[in-house]
Write a protein that binds this ligand. Structure first.
Ligand SMILES: O=C(O)CCC(=O)N[C@@H](CCC(=O)O)C(=O)O
Ligand SMILES: [Zn+2]
Length: 335
């Protein structure tokens, strides 16, 4: 196995490899770009024209996606996967991965799209660095751009694997990408309805990539992910990397669509969320339900028909989202 194929080991031991570029037996080029960042280039004349960014470990305790990227990279490094796409592998928050924590000082996934400039500390610096890796990677004109930012969730979920699709004014969500996600095992897609400060929102809004946050199950420590079944996603990612996806797929069967109705923002320490601590993602909330209260008599009451809650978290810092209210979507506005 080429030393650069062991990106996770290098990252966990905070080690800089002596050799920064290596070539696989199949002619693919691996290039170490910095901590937790490795670019794969297909052999000469093999390039299918796709630039694929795969990130994981934006939250350090979300290990199943990190293990998945590690398997893919091993496959490339030992010649079992023959890349036709350019691929950038990124482990988002190395220090947090080493500690097995979601973050050290602050959540990196709230520091993109310029937010890092308003902050300080190493997570702000890392967010700027991740933006720069992505910006350089997606700077080649005339190529397709795809970004999957892989996560696992804090709590259990009625729908285990789903994607969040960022939003940009004037840009339509792509039906074709949803077909791809369905084939990759995603059971639902949440269409965002406003700009955001996450990594996938940055690559979608600023770098013209098709970009998604993928939620793949419940977060557990390394080696304890047997309940997170990533077989379908892994098989699809290998097909994307090798450019062997089937032609003419069009089915969205089994894929539920939702749109984001509102983000619940925690404004102060007085914020109180009226949900049981063990509530699952996608739990339904009835109209009229008092979901949360905050200072100055702010009340969050469910007004939407068919509303469900995801990512409820009253422990976030003030000013950040403490949950997302979603509603079923007919898919009529897909492009
Ligand atoms: O389980 C939770 O509450 C959070 C899981 C998680 O990390 N989700 C991402 C979603 C990013 C997005 O909105 O695209 C996050 O909160 O950063
Ligand atoms: Zn996460």
């Amino acid at each position: 196995m080429l030393a650069l194929g062991k990106l996770l080991e290098l990252t966990l031991t905070d080690h800089e490899p002596a050799e920064k570029t290596q070539v696989t037996t199949k002619g693919a080029r691996l290039r170490w770009l910095g901590e937790g960042a490795l670019e794969v280039r297909p052999a000469e004349n093999e390039d299918c024209g796709l630039d694929l960014l795969l990130s994981a470990g934006i939250h350090g305790n979300e290990t199943a996606p990190i293990e998945l990227l590690e398997r893919l990279l091993h496959g490339v490094a030992n010649g079992k996967i023959i890349p036709k796409a350019r691929v950038l592998f990124l482990f988002g928050n190395p220090a947090a991965i080493r500690k097995g924590e979601r973050f050290i000082e602050q959540d990196i996934n709230r520091l993109f799209n310029g937010r890092h400039e308003l902050s300080s500390g190493f997570e702000a610096l890392r967010a700027a660095e991740l933006e720069q890796f992505a910006r350089v990677f997606f700077s080649k004109p005339g190529r397709s751009r795809l970004h999957y930012d892989l996560h696992t969730a804090i709590r259990g979920s009625k729908i285990e694997q789903f994607a969040l699709y960022p939003y940009k004014e004037g840009r339509k969500h792509s039906r074709r990408e949803l077909v791809r996600l369905a084939a990759a095992g995603m059971e639902a897609v949440l269409l965002q309805s406003k700009s955001s400060i996450t990594f996938s929102a940055f690559t979608y809004e600023q770098l013209e990539a098709e970009a998604f946050t993928l939620e793949l199950g419940k977060a557990r420590p390394f080696g304890q992910n047997e309940l997170v079944n990533l077989d379908k996603l892994e098989a699809r990612l290998i097909r994307i990397i090798e450019d062997t996806e089937p032609q003419g797929e069009s089915s969205l069967d089994g894929l539920q669509l939702f749109s984001v109705s509102r983000e619940i923002i925690k404004h102060s320490d007085s914020f109180h969320l009226h949900l049981p601590a063990d509530i699952e993602n996608f739990s339904e909330l009835s109209k009229g339900y008092l979901l949360a209260e905050d200072l100055a008599e702010t009340r969050w009451v469910v007004e939407e028909e068919g509303a469900r809650i995801i990512f409820p978290n009253p422990k976030v810092k003030n000013g950040l989202r403490a949950g997302i209210l979603i509603v079923p979507d007919s898919g009529q506005r897909l492009g």
